[in-house]
Design a binder for this molecule. Structure first.
Ligand SMILES: NC(=O)c1ccc[n+]([C@@H]2O[C@H](COP(=O)([O-])OP(=O)(O)OC[C@H]3O[C@@H](n4cnc5c(N)ncnc54)[C@H](OP(=O)(O)O)[C@@H]3O)[C@@H](O)[C@H]2O)c1
Length: 262
């Protein structure tokens, strides 16, 4: 990470789970932060905790609902003049239900957050910052963004979108010679508030529901490994929970003679 104290990392979904742990990890490395989520109090508590250990950092809080496109554009307009170095689209949620039984209103919000907000924020960040050295966009997908998990089809499809979009963007940046890097983090089960929200319950016990899972701090460490590497994908193997850095996984038609001619 560039040690220039002027640089900022934006983390969406920083009020709990993976985003919360990632905020602490980037603060530990000396990055100023923009912390985004709906719950102002949780963001404020995290800010105070970080400043208690790293008093020289600038920690900006943005309490906003990113499932509404107007808030997404407003967030970007508010921060675009900062010297942004890293943007982490982590805010997202899941849903456990069959397609025939799923709550369609909840699915609408899921698609707006997991897909639409991530696409708008990625596009605007790339447009403005792609030619700035050492910039990175990290989009949080899931190993369910590479494998279809039963009873989580729509969530997985939203994460397949995140993986494919980010891999495609990584190819695009690489081929245009832009210095920005785009990367996909794909965690497996992680003990966060995800389980409660995906199952619409007030309590959720990861020990009962999974044979194995990571903590948020472990996943934040994976994200840092991805950040530090030249690879595009950081994927947790959902069978043995090992973490792997590697190349894009989707087929890419970069060299095909059947592509549209420019
Ligand atoms: N936990 C897992 O097993 C797992 C596995 C693979 C991938 N992931 C992915 O990891 C990412 C982080 O999830 P997590 O596991 O850390 O879950 P989490 O603890 O529920 O955190 C989700 C974060 O997103 C924020 N958020 C939710 N809806 C939002 C909205 N409409 N606008 C703005 N922020 C919103 C939440 O804050 P507020 O409620 O304050 O808005 C929270 O900070 C997600 O993209 C998830 O799909 C999770």
């Amino acid at each position: 990470m560039n040690s220039n104290k002027q640089n900022y990392t934006v983390i969406t979904g920083a009020s709990s789970g993976i985003g919360y742990a990632t905020a602490k990890a980037f603060a530990q490395r000396g990055s100023n932060l923009v912390l985004v989520a709906r719950r102002q109090e949780e963001l404020q508590a995290l800010k105070q905790q970080i400043l208690g250990q790293h008093s020289s950092l600038d920690i900006i809080i943005k309490a906003t609902d990113l499932s509404l496109p107007e808030n997404v554009y407003e967030l970007y307009a508010d921060v675009r003049n900062l010297p942004l170095q890293t943007w982490i689209n982590n805010a997202g949620f899941g849903n456990y239900a069959s397609v025939s039984q799923q709550n369609i209103a909840k699915i609408g919000r899921l698609l707006q957050l997991n897909v639409e907000a991530l696409t708008i924020l990625s596009s605007l960040f790339v447009r403005d910052f792609q030619n700035i050295a050492q910039t990175q966009l990290i989009n949080v997908s899931s190993c369910g963004g590479y494998t279809i998990v039963p009873n989580a089809v729509t969530y997985c499809a939203s994460k397949f979108y995140v993986s494919a979009f980010t891999e495609g963007l990584a190819w695009e940046l690489q081929q245009s010679g832009a210095p920005m890097r785009a990367k996909v983090l794909a965690p497996a089960a992680t003990q966060t508030e995800f389980g409660k929200i995906a199952n619409d319950v007030s309590e959720y016990d990861y020990r009962k529901s999974f044979t194995n899972y990571h903590t948020s701090a472990q996943v934040a460490n994976f994200l840092l490994q991805l950040y530090d590497s030249d690879q595009v994908v950081g994927l947790v193997n959902r069978e043995d929970f090992s973490f792997h850095l590697g190349k894009p996984l989707f087929p890419y038609a970069g060299q095909s003679k059947h592509n549209q001619k420019n």
